[in-house]
Write a protein that binds this ligand. Structure first.
Ligand code: NAD
Ligand code: DAU
Length: 374
């Protein structure tokens, strides 16, 4: 029988990449997207899939029990993969309430609706995978061991606290109701379709538009970088092979200071301009249009409140238990990402000028309630 996989947050960065990945690697599955289409949800990111009929995209709020239940009853998912969330730390500092609502209550609602659909004793082919973050573990000193699955939760931002709370609910539903879950805590993703509020796409598009590159504090905060395609592979492996009730850390094994990442990004963009003189005409405000190095745009700005100094992920459990390890080398992955954005200007222009919001309103109405941050 055909398996039905329902992906929440399917029009966001990782959800969209996951839908492309899934349609390619599991073409026999029925793929459903469920997404509120907030400022971060862009149907253009999955348009090729919706147009070809490989993905059915439903607009709905994960906090709305009746809407979730109706979508579940209509589509009868076997597997539910929960990416839907408010995902940006800076926004969570400005507006923490949206994060409690979507990330905590939304996760609970999804599980309650799944329990109603699957019954008290779900068939063995039913599972709910919850996508979480390494930020739940807090911050590390320079010599601390990387986060493992048994590291105590110590979230520092409202975003991290909301993700931690959701993880606790998922685990508690597993223990209390025998809810069929798996969970993953992943490090910083990069790659195609990422909304340009996050460090890499923000700085890349700022270079192309000749805007400053805002580096918080001293720029020596360390993150572990994972290509989004590796993240999709990791979730696939967990869904296919993990026993229920397990959680896994997913990392890229690439710890880098923010300033190093931005230096690499500037270098890759400068190289691209040297190799392709046409870029000077396309991006006239970019420093390289006047043969100035992109790193001249770097500007140190006020630090993020409560800024975590270092994240590092020990992914041994996933490697040893399920045989997964990240494959994408960071320098190559970042180069590919730069070229993806250079080759998809209409996609990011639509995001920057908000024209995709008009598209969303035209096709889906105006249910989404959050807007881009000024
Ligand atoms: P994103 O912000 O790009 O996308 C989030 C998606 O969720 C959007 O499509 C949005 O419309 C949708 N959404 C938001 N609120 C909703 C609601 N109430 N109902 C239905 N849909 C809603 O986020 P992302 O970067 O793709 O992250 C996806 C998941 O992965 C999140 O749970 C995040 O916490 C987690 N995560 C992200 C990273 C990362 O580096 N981006 C790393 C680890 C974990
Ligand atoms: O670790 C996983 C997490 O990674 C995910 O759970 C989050 O959803 C995702 O947003 C990401 O969180 P970060 O806060 O690490 O990502 P962000 O891109 O916002 O910032 C990366 C680092 O760069 C961080 O140390 C803050 C810094 N930064 C960020 C921005 C946007 C800057 O110095 N300047 C900036 O303008």
């Amino acid at each position: 029988m055909t398996r039905c996989v329902l992906v929440t947050g399917a029009a966001g960065f990782i959800g969209a990449n996951f839908c492309h990945y899934w349609a390619k690697h599991h073409p026999a599955d029925r793929l459903i997207g469920y997404d509120l289409l907030t400022y971060a949800g862009n149907p253009a990111s999955v348009e090729s899939l919706t147009r070809s009929g490989q993905l059915a995209l439903i607009q709905g709020d994960i906090v709305d029990f009746d809407a979730v239940s109706a979508a579940f009853n209509q589509t009868q998912p076997d597997w539910i993969v929960n990416f839907a969330a408010e995902s940006h730390v800076d926004r969570s500092i400005k507006d923490p309430r949206a994060f409690g609502r979507t990330n905590v209550l939304g996760t609970q609602v999804l599980m309650d609706a799944a329990r109603e659909l699957w019954g008290a004793t779900p068939e063995p082919n039913k599972r709910f995978h919850h996508v979480s973050t390494d930020e739940v573990f807090g911050t590390l000193g320079p010599n601390d061991a990387p986060f493992s699955e048994s590291t105590a939760y110590a979230p520092n931002s409202p975003y991290a606290a909301s993700k931690a709370a959701a993880d606790h609910f998922v685990r508690a539903y597993g223990r209390t109701y025998n809810f069929p879950y798996t969970l993953s805590n992943c490090s910083n993703n990069y790659g195609p379709y990422q909304f340009p509020e996050k460090l890499i796409p923000l700085c890349l598009l700022n270079i192309l538009e000749g805007r400053r590159l805002p580096i918080y504090g001293d720029g020596q905060q360390v993150r572990d970088w994972l290509h989004v395609h590796d993240h999709c592979r990791a979730i696939d492996v967990i869904l296919q092979t993990s026993p229920l009730g397990e959680s896994f850390n997913v990392g890229g094994g690439t710890e880098l200071a923010n300033l190093t990442v931005i230096d690499q990004l500037c270098h890759i963009v400068d190289q691209a301009f040297l190799e392709n003189p046409g870029l000077k005409q396309r991006f006239v405000r970019s420093p390289m249009a006047n043969s100035v190095a992109s790193r001249e745009l770097i500007e140190f700005v006020r630090d993020r409140p409560g800024h975590d100094r270092r994240y590092a992920v020990n992914g041994d459990k996933l490697t040893q238990a399920l045989g997964f390890s990240a494959q994408q080398n960071f320098a190559e992955g970042l180069t590919q990402t730069v070229h993806w954005y250079l080759g998809h200007e209409p996609w990011w222009r639509g995001v920057l000028d908000g024209s995709y919001r008009d598209w969303v309103r035209e096709h889906y109405g105006d249910k989404a309630h959050t807007e881009p941050m000024a």
